[in-house]
Ligand binder design. Structure first.
Ligand code: PEP
Length: 248
């Protein structure tokens, strides 16, 4: 389906980078540069300890913020975890769930990812559900099967819930490698995701692409009919580069 009505969205994933001084400069750069970006929602997902700093420096600007993970539990004896309501307390709008680094280093299953998305929505946050195949899976021709498997418990949340989330397609082989999927490769998988969303009654959900997006390749990716924006890792740590992606 051609993207006529879905507003573009570009989200930065800082991962485990930054400190108070670095963040302060980066957030000031975003705050002052956001005026050059039209027709695109822009957000940053920062490490938990910097949520308060981010909130303080971005409040009242057009840049929104969020976290990179959330607990599937509401509260209780879950040492080290952070509840969705705690993120909402810092006026987070977004939270990444199921990033490939969480899936592979922390053993997050598809069911846990869907439970996290559900917990996030219950607290009024918008989960950005990440899916994507590994290099090995891609080479074995399993991309569609992997995406279907990862999407299944999320689609089961129902159309009303689905309309309140965002999907990010991030082929693992393209994350942090400098090797982005080509626009055609990405579009092929986005079209599959769109078909599944439409069948679940949620065809208007925004589907972002992630994997080595930079100012120089953003426009060609965004020209694809089912790519509604980007989830950006490395390039989100440089204000001018990140904003050039959003401006594209
Ligand atoms: C990511 O971490 O979600 C990501 C897409 O990283 P990069 O842009 O650095 O490939």
């Amino acid at each position: 389906m051609v993207n006529s009505s879905r507003k573009r969205l570009v989200i930065g994933n800082w991962k485990m980078h930054g400190d108070s001084a670095f963040n302060s400069e980066l957030l000031a750069g975003l705050r002052s540069g956001i005026a050059q970006v039209q027709g695109c929602d822009v957000a940053v997902c920062v490490p938990f300890p910097y949520l308060y700093q981010t909130q303080s420096l971005l409040e009242g600007s057009a840049v929104s913020w969020g976290a990179q993970d959330v607990s599937q539990h509401d509260k209780g004896a879950y040492t080290g975890e952070v509840a969705a309501a705690m993120l909402a307390d810092f006026n987070c709008r977004w939270v990444l769930v199921g990033h490939s680094e969480r899936r592979s280093y922390h053993g997050e299953t598809d069911a846990v990812v869907a439970a996290k998305a559900s917990a996030a929505m219950a607290a009024g946050l918008t989960p950005v559900v990440c899916v994507g195949e590994s290099l090995q899976e891609q080479e074995a021709g399993q991309t569609h099967a992997v995406i279907d498997r990862q999407l299944a418990p999320v689609l089961a949340l129902g159309s009303e819930n689905l309309s309140r989330l965002v999907i990010a397609y991030e082929p693992v082989w393209a994350i942090g490698t400098g090797r982005s999927a080509s626009p055609e490769q990405a579009q092929e998988v986005h079209a599959l995701i769109r078909t599944r969303l439409e069948a679940a009654g949620a065809g208007q959900v925004r589907v972002l692409y992630g994997g080595s997006v930079k100012g120089s390749n953003a426009a060609s990716l965004f020209a694809m009919p089912d790519i509604d924006g980007a989830l950006v890792g490395g390039a989100s740590l440089v204000a001018s580069e990140f904003l050039s992606i959003a401006a594209a």
